[in-house]
Ligand binder design. Structure first.
Ligand code: DGI
Ligand code: FE
Ligand code: FE
Length: 194
Protein backbone atom coordinates (compact mmCIF):
# COMPACT_ATOMS: atom_id res chain seq x y z
CA UNK A 1 0.00 0.00 0.00
CA UNK A 2 1.29 3.43 -0.84
CA UNK A 3 1.11 6.29 1.61
CA UNK A 4 -0.23 9.51 0.14
CA UNK A 5 -1.94 12.32 1.96
CA UNK A 6 -5.35 13.37 0.63
CA UNK A 7 -7.55 16.42 1.03
CA UNK A 8 -11.06 16.15 2.48
CA UNK A 9 -12.57 16.47 -1.00
CA UNK A 10 -10.39 13.67 -2.38
CA UNK A 11 -11.12 11.42 0.61
CA UNK A 12 -14.84 12.00 0.09
CA UNK A 13 -14.53 10.85 -3.55
CA UNK A 14 -12.61 7.68 -2.67
CA UNK A 15 -14.84 6.88 0.29
CA UNK A 16 -17.97 7.19 -1.88
CA UNK A 17 -16.68 4.31 -4.00
CA UNK A 18 -15.71 2.06 -1.09
CA UNK A 19 -18.93 2.43 0.94
CA UNK A 20 -22.53 1.58 0.11
CA UNK A 21 -24.89 4.53 -0.36
CA UNK A 22 -26.35 4.42 3.14
CA UNK A 23 -22.98 4.19 4.85
CA UNK A 24 -21.72 7.06 2.68
CA UNK A 25 -24.63 9.27 3.76
CA UNK A 26 -23.92 8.35 7.39
CA UNK A 27 -20.25 9.18 6.86
CA UNK A 28 -21.06 12.65 5.51
CA UNK A 29 -23.42 13.16 8.45
CA UNK A 30 -20.69 12.26 10.94
CA UNK A 31 -18.17 14.48 9.16
CA UNK A 32 -20.43 17.57 9.20
CA UNK A 33 -21.64 16.93 12.75
CA UNK A 34 -18.04 16.51 13.92
CA UNK A 35 -17.10 19.78 12.19
CA UNK A 36 -19.95 21.58 13.97
CA UNK A 37 -18.97 20.16 17.37
CA UNK A 38 -15.35 21.14 16.67
CA UNK A 39 -16.54 24.73 16.13
CA UNK A 40 -18.44 24.67 19.40
CA UNK A 41 -15.60 23.16 21.47
CA UNK A 42 -12.70 24.87 19.63
CA UNK A 43 -11.17 21.70 18.21
CA UNK A 44 -9.52 21.73 14.77
CA UNK A 45 -12.46 21.70 12.31
CA UNK A 46 -10.49 20.16 9.45
CA UNK A 47 -9.25 17.30 11.63
CA UNK A 48 -12.80 16.62 12.79
CA UNK A 49 -14.00 16.61 9.17
CA UNK A 50 -11.28 14.15 8.06
CA UNK A 51 -11.76 11.85 11.07
CA UNK A 52 -15.51 11.83 10.40
CA UNK A 53 -15.01 10.97 6.74
CA UNK A 54 -12.68 8.08 7.55
CA UNK A 55 -14.15 6.66 10.77
CA UNK A 56 -16.11 3.89 8.97
CA UNK A 57 -13.80 3.49 5.96
CA UNK A 58 -13.41 -0.25 6.68
CA UNK A 59 -17.09 -0.85 7.46
CA UNK A 60 -18.08 -2.32 4.08
CA UNK A 61 -15.28 -4.89 3.92
CA UNK A 62 -16.64 -8.47 4.34
CA UNK A 63 -16.11 -9.87 7.83
CA UNK A 64 -13.92 -12.72 6.52
CA UNK A 65 -11.81 -10.19 4.66
CA UNK A 66 -11.56 -8.00 7.77
CA UNK A 67 -10.01 -10.95 9.60
CA UNK A 68 -7.71 -11.91 6.73
CA UNK A 69 -6.54 -8.31 6.34
CA UNK A 70 -5.79 -8.07 10.07
CA UNK A 71 -3.76 -11.27 9.86
CA UNK A 72 -1.95 -10.01 6.76
CA UNK A 73 -1.04 -6.66 8.30
CA UNK A 74 -0.23 -8.00 11.77
CA UNK A 75 -3.15 -6.27 13.44
CA UNK A 76 -3.98 -8.15 16.64
CA UNK A 77 -7.48 -9.62 16.98
CA UNK A 78 -8.98 -10.12 20.44
CA UNK A 79 -11.30 -12.99 21.31
CA UNK A 80 -14.30 -10.63 21.32
CA UNK A 81 -13.33 -9.34 17.88
CA UNK A 82 -13.04 -12.87 16.49
CA UNK A 83 -16.59 -13.51 17.66
CA UNK A 84 -17.85 -10.08 16.50
CA UNK A 85 -15.69 -9.27 13.46
CA UNK A 86 -17.66 -6.08 12.69
CA UNK A 87 -15.85 -4.55 15.68
CA UNK A 88 -12.64 -4.79 13.63
CA UNK A 89 -13.79 -2.01 11.28
CA UNK A 90 -12.45 0.49 13.84
CA UNK A 91 -8.95 -1.03 14.08
CA UNK A 92 -8.76 -1.77 10.39
CA UNK A 93 -10.15 1.68 9.58
CA UNK A 94 -7.43 3.40 11.57
CA UNK A 95 -4.83 1.25 9.81
CA UNK A 96 -6.23 2.15 6.37
CA UNK A 97 -6.42 5.81 7.35
CA UNK A 98 -2.66 5.69 7.89
CA UNK A 99 -1.60 3.41 5.06
CA UNK A 100 -4.14 4.09 2.33
CA UNK A 101 -5.19 7.68 3.03
CA UNK A 102 -1.85 8.93 4.36
CA UNK A 103 -3.17 10.33 7.62
CA UNK A 104 -0.32 10.80 10.07
CA UNK A 105 -2.11 12.75 12.76
CA UNK A 106 -2.17 10.50 15.83
CA UNK A 107 -5.31 12.11 17.24
CA UNK A 108 -7.29 11.42 14.03
CA UNK A 109 -6.00 7.83 13.98
CA UNK A 110 -7.08 7.35 17.62
CA UNK A 111 -10.49 8.89 16.94
CA UNK A 112 -11.06 6.24 14.24
CA UNK A 113 -9.54 3.44 16.33
CA UNK A 114 -11.72 4.14 19.37
CA UNK A 115 -14.97 5.23 17.72
CA UNK A 116 -16.95 2.03 18.47
CA UNK A 117 -16.02 1.08 22.05
CA UNK A 118 -14.59 4.41 23.18
CA UNK A 119 -11.79 4.29 25.74
CA UNK A 120 -11.12 5.86 29.12
CA UNK A 121 -9.68 9.38 28.98
CA UNK A 122 -10.48 10.16 25.36
CA UNK A 123 -9.14 13.30 23.71
CA UNK A 124 -11.60 16.02 22.67
CA UNK A 125 -11.40 14.87 19.03
CA UNK A 126 -12.09 11.25 20.03
CA UNK A 127 -15.14 12.38 22.00
CA UNK A 128 -16.35 14.49 19.08
CA UNK A 129 -16.21 11.52 16.68
CA UNK A 130 -17.76 9.13 19.18
CA UNK A 131 -20.66 11.50 19.84
CA UNK A 132 -21.10 12.51 16.16
CA UNK A 133 -21.36 8.85 15.17
CA UNK A 134 -24.36 8.53 17.46
CA UNK A 135 -26.19 11.80 16.80
CA UNK A 136 -25.59 12.55 13.09
CA UNK A 137 -28.80 13.50 11.22
CA UNK A 138 -29.33 10.12 9.49
CA UNK A 139 -29.57 8.25 12.80
CA UNK A 140 -33.10 7.70 14.03
CA UNK A 141 -33.28 4.56 16.18
CA UNK A 142 -31.64 5.42 19.48
CA UNK A 143 -33.73 6.35 22.51
CA UNK A 144 -33.30 9.89 23.90
CA UNK A 145 -31.82 10.98 20.58
CA UNK A 146 -33.22 14.50 20.49
CA UNK A 147 -32.17 15.10 24.09
CA UNK A 148 -28.65 13.75 23.48
CA UNK A 149 -28.37 15.89 20.32
CA UNK A 150 -29.10 19.01 22.35
CA UNK A 151 -26.83 18.05 25.25
CA UNK A 152 -23.99 17.28 22.82
CA UNK A 153 -23.78 21.00 22.03
CA UNK A 154 -24.07 22.03 25.68
CA UNK A 155 -21.89 19.54 27.57
CA UNK A 156 -20.11 16.95 25.45
CA UNK A 157 -19.05 14.88 28.48
CA UNK A 158 -22.63 14.53 29.66
CA UNK A 159 -23.68 13.50 26.14
CA UNK A 160 -20.85 10.97 26.06
CA UNK A 161 -22.02 9.42 29.32
CA UNK A 162 -25.64 9.24 28.13
CA UNK A 163 -24.56 7.52 24.91
CA UNK A 164 -22.40 4.99 26.78
CA UNK A 165 -25.24 4.27 29.17
CA UNK A 166 -27.83 3.77 26.40
CA UNK A 167 -25.41 1.70 24.29
CA UNK A 168 -24.66 -0.66 27.20
CA UNK A 169 -28.37 -0.96 28.01
CA UNK A 170 -29.05 -1.80 24.37
CA UNK A 171 -26.21 -4.34 24.18
CA UNK A 172 -27.47 -6.06 27.33
CA UNK A 173 -30.73 -6.83 25.53
CA UNK A 174 -28.85 -8.39 22.60
CA UNK A 175 -27.41 -11.88 22.36
CA UNK A 176 -24.02 -10.40 21.46
CA UNK A 177 -20.87 -10.03 23.47
CA UNK A 178 -19.89 -6.76 25.12
CA UNK A 179 -16.30 -5.78 24.39
CA UNK A 180 -14.43 -5.31 27.70
CA UNK A 181 -13.37 -1.86 26.44
CA UNK A 182 -17.01 -0.72 26.05
CA UNK A 183 -17.60 -1.60 29.72
CA UNK A 184 -14.31 -0.04 30.82
CA UNK A 185 -15.12 3.20 28.99
CA UNK A 186 -18.54 3.38 30.63
CA UNK A 187 -17.14 2.67 34.13
CA UNK A 188 -14.50 5.36 33.67
CA UNK A 189 -16.91 8.10 32.54
CA UNK A 190 -19.57 7.11 35.05
CA UNK A 191 -17.02 7.72 37.81
CA UNK A 192 -15.78 10.88 36.13
CA UNK A 193 -19.04 12.65 35.23
CA UNK A 194 -22.08 11.01 36.88
O1 DGI B 1 -20.19 1.75 12.49
P1 DGI B 1 -21.43 2.44 13.00
O2 DGI B 1 -22.67 1.58 12.88
O3 DGI B 1 -21.63 3.79 12.42
O4 DGI B 1 -21.22 2.72 14.57
P2 DGI B 1 -20.25 1.94 15.58
O5 DGI B 1 -18.94 1.71 14.98
O6 DGI B 1 -20.29 2.72 16.87
O7 DGI B 1 -20.97 0.60 15.79
C1 DGI B 1 -22.25 0.68 16.37
C2 DGI B 1 -22.67 -0.62 16.94
O8 DGI B 1 -21.65 -1.17 17.73
C3 DGI B 1 -23.88 -0.42 17.83
O9 DGI B 1 -24.89 -1.30 17.41
C4 DGI B 1 -23.38 -0.80 19.19
C5 DGI B 1 -22.25 -1.72 18.84
N1 DGI B 1 -21.26 -1.89 19.90
C6 DGI B 1 -20.65 -0.95 20.66
N2 DGI B 1 -19.89 -1.53 21.59
C7 DGI B 1 -20.02 -2.88 21.39
C8 DGI B 1 -20.89 -3.11 20.32
N3 DGI B 1 -21.24 -4.34 19.87
C9 DGI B 1 -20.73 -5.39 20.52
N4 DGI B 1 -21.03 -6.61 20.12
N5 DGI B 1 -19.90 -5.24 21.60
C10 DGI B 1 -19.53 -4.02 22.07
O10 DGI B 1 -18.81 -3.91 23.06
FE1 FE C 1 -18.30 2.45 13.05
FE1 FE D 1 -20.22 5.29 12.02
Amino acid sequence: MTTKSYSGRKIRKIIEKTLDAKRFEHTLGVSYTAAALAMKYEENVNKAEIAGLLHDCAKCIDNDKKISMCLKYNISITETEYKNPFLLHAKLGSFLAMKKYGVNDKDIINAILNHTTGRPDMSLLEKIIFVSDYIEPNRSQAPNLSLIRRIAFEDINQALLMILEDTLKYLQTMPCEIDPMTQKTYDYYKKEYA
